[in-house]
Write a protein that binds this ligand. Sequence first.
Ligand code: MN
Ligand code: FE2
Length: 301
Amino acid sequence: MVHESFQTVKGQINWDHPMYRLYEKAKRNGRWNPADIDFSQDKEDYNRLHLEERISILPLISSFSAGEEAVTLDILPMIHVMARLGWLEDTMFLTTFLHDEAKHTEMFSRWQQAVGVGDIDLSVFHSDSYKRIFYEALPESMERLYTDDSPEAIIRAATVYNMIVEGVLAESGYYSFRQIFKKAGLFPGILQGIDYLNMDEGRHIQFGIYTIQRLVVGHDDRFRLFHEYMDELWEHAFGVVNYLINLAEEQQKLATAPTILEFHPDMMRDYAVKQFEIRKSKIDRVKKYDSLSELEAALGS
Ligand code: MN
Ligand code: FE2
């Protein structure tokens, strides 16, 4: 591929582009360092838990660790396709995205090392649903972007990556962390990390929403494709959430000693369902526009 022209010599970066605004936000708000988080209290807390209680955190950690590693390794084709399309502002934003995911991966790995589970194989906690999404659907839909820059391919990739993995699973995971551990006064280090992650993921989900919105606006067939793929993935996404909840419930029943960990399975299931519905409604919001230029005018870009 050769370059035919360059945006910044014919004109300028589009400073009002939604992706450029996200890039500015990332430079301002994304300046945290996982190596600065103190996990010494987490280590003490972890070592005081009984085995059954540990089962309420290790599966969650195992899901996040592999999940963050997967999204770090799998984002490259998205950067590649946007660069090929010459979408400068999107590509600039994605440079911060990849860095964010690398820090998230680092954060969980550091925590595991700090509490002393660094060398335990936690992949036993990955259910079939988890594998369907993180081992298969995610890398498959992302890798396709190396050879396919069609709107359909980009919509599918952003749907699994930004709407399901980040928008439903990661968001539900943060909720569980806070529900269970914040209330119990445990793990201040990882909870601080979760706050940073949550802020980063907010930008990532925004990226996914705008990416899908701009491609579906004015195209009924693409709206359908988005909804069908969301519904297809939902079975597995809910499977991931349900597996983790069931596991924690079983452990609580087996527990021989009283626990300080409070746990509300129904609230957690409801939260995941709500996240799924919110993602869909964000995309449906652009149904009122007939074309991309109408959407851009409404966004002031
Ligand atoms: Mn992340
Ligand atoms: Fe992310």
